[in-house]
Design a protein around this ligand. Structure first.
Ligand code: MTE
Ligand code: MO
Length: 419
């Protein structure tokens, strides 16, 4: 406790020096409703017997508006995305029902009793595994994010899109994945020396296939059976998916049915026509697997309104990096003129969401709130200006620039490009 006070005090002093509005924690300043008539009217719920038990719990009906926002492709049934409502969530774990979705061909209905995984190609001995067999191998758990390479792609547009934080940047979610380390199975099959790539193939509609360098699969790939403690949700790959921590969504193949070891990539649609980056010189960048560091203020953010109650607000958000751990998140309220370090909430995990927090004084002044993440490789999240200078404006994938929320004097929040 004493330690915390000292820390807050230092932040307060730093705040004064910068003349900025970031405040120390001083809870009594946050106006709460007076409790004078607390006992006068006991709530209705205390005078009734509650509802009975349920076999599988659901969120409160009062939370019915906390949903994934769906953008389905009208011309191609089963193709589209649904965004995770990051602006409505707290902590770092995405509940299974709100994990973002990206399907190229809808969600297949797969019976785990008959599903098989085949490992073949450049192996000593092709092997096939049922789900029951896989469950007999030692399993490991890993909390990590999965992010679509197309997440935040509206950032490439010339005009800032006015969508909520999650509905512009929520093609990323963070879960605890549990399953069998893939290295066990590859070693059991026996890797031939020529094998450099693995073509992962799925059991959905157009049997999505994608090439993955074998080193990554031997390093930390998981054949996931469980998601946040329960079996995978159908939309996230039931009964079996590949999880490649820190690597872009497309290589995290859902409904996995085959891994074929080869000496060259297969050059499939999703690694040539899609998920590549057109660069300013006209060349295309391919196989940009690692997701660069990124951060996002989830509150206050677009769609929220501040003016009813000026005073202290908690600036909070998420940061993550495909290269490793988040080491620092800085927050600015003046379009990046000055920055203060936010508190990083424990646990700070490798290739996983890290939550940051910083108390902020808002007394009706105009402000532009931004967050900037740094990871343990030393990589610093770029400004939009810097990203565009490096990558041009013809890109579509892999957008990770700083996001700016303008707070008006009325307390409305808009998305802006400050430069
Ligand atoms: N079989 C299969 N795997 C797939 C996809 C798919 O459409 N089919 N989409 C990929 C893409 S582009 C992403 S971003 C992630 C999305 O995973 P999620 O739906 O569990 O969030 O899965 C990847 N794996
Ligand atoms: Mo994706």
């Amino acid at each position: 406790m004493a330690k915390k006070l000292v820390k807050s005090r230092r932040q307060f002093l730093q705040t004064t020096a910068l003349g900025s509005a970031f405040a120390s924690f001083s809870l009594p300043l946050i106006a709460a409703q007076k409790a004078a008539d607390f006992t006068a009217n006991l709530p209705e719920s205390m005078r009734q017997a509650g509802k009975p038990f349920s076999n599988y719990g659901q969120p409160s009906p009062y939370e019915k508006d906390i949903i994934r926002w769906i953008a389905a492709n009208q011309d191609m049934p089963g193709n589209g995305v649904s965004w995770s409502p990051l602006h409505e969530l707290q902590g770092t774990i995405t509940p299974n029902g709100l994990h973002y979705e990206r399907h190229h061909n809808g969600v297949p209905d797969i019976d785990p009793a008959t599903h098989q995984l085949l490992i073949d190609g450049l192996v000593e001995q092709p092997l096939s595994f049922s789900i029951e067999t896989l469950k007999r191998y030692p399993q490991t758990s890993r909390i990590c994010f999965i992010e679509c390479g197309g997440n935040s792609n509206s950032g490439w547009r010339n005009i800032p899109i006015q969508s909520s934080a999650g509905y512009a940047h929520g093609l990323v979610s963070n879960a605890e994945w549990t399953g069998v380390p893939l290295s066990y199975l590859l070693q059991e099959a026996g890797i031939k020396p020529e094998a450099k790539w693995v073509i992962a193939e799925a059991a959905d509609g157009a049997s999505l296939n994608i090439s993955i360098p074998i080193e990554k699969l031997l390093d930390d790939a998981i054949l996931a059976l469980y998601q946040n403690g329960e079996r995978l949700r159908p939309e996230n790959g039931y009964p079996l998916r590949l999880v490649l921590p820190g690597w872009e969504g497309i290589v995290n193949v859902k409904w996995l049915r085959q891994l074929r070891l080869t000496d060259t990539p297969v050059m499939s649609r999703d690694e040539t026509a899609q998920y590549t980056d057109l660069m300013p010189d006209g060349s295309a960048r391919q196989f940009s697997f690692i997701m660069d560091a990124k951060s996002l203020i989830t509150s206050p953010s677009l769609g929220m309104h501040l003016s009813d109650n000026p005073g202290i607000y908690q600036v909070t958000g998420l940061a993550w990096s495909g290269r490793g751990k988040i080491t620092r998140v800085e927050v600015s309220d003046d379009s990046g003129e000055s920055w203060l370090d936010a508190e990083l909430q424990e646990p700070i995990l490798d290739k996983a969401f890290t939550r940051f927090n910083l108390p902020w004084q808002w007394q009706g002044q105009y402000a532009v709130l931004q967050s900037r993440a740094t990871d343990d490789s030393g990589y610093v999240q770029p400004s939009r200006e810097a990203l565009v200078a490096n990558r041009g404006t013809d890109g579509f994938f892999h957008y990770n620039a700083i996001v700016s929320w303008e707070v008006t004097e009325e307390g409305d929040i808009n998305h802006v490009y400050p430069f």
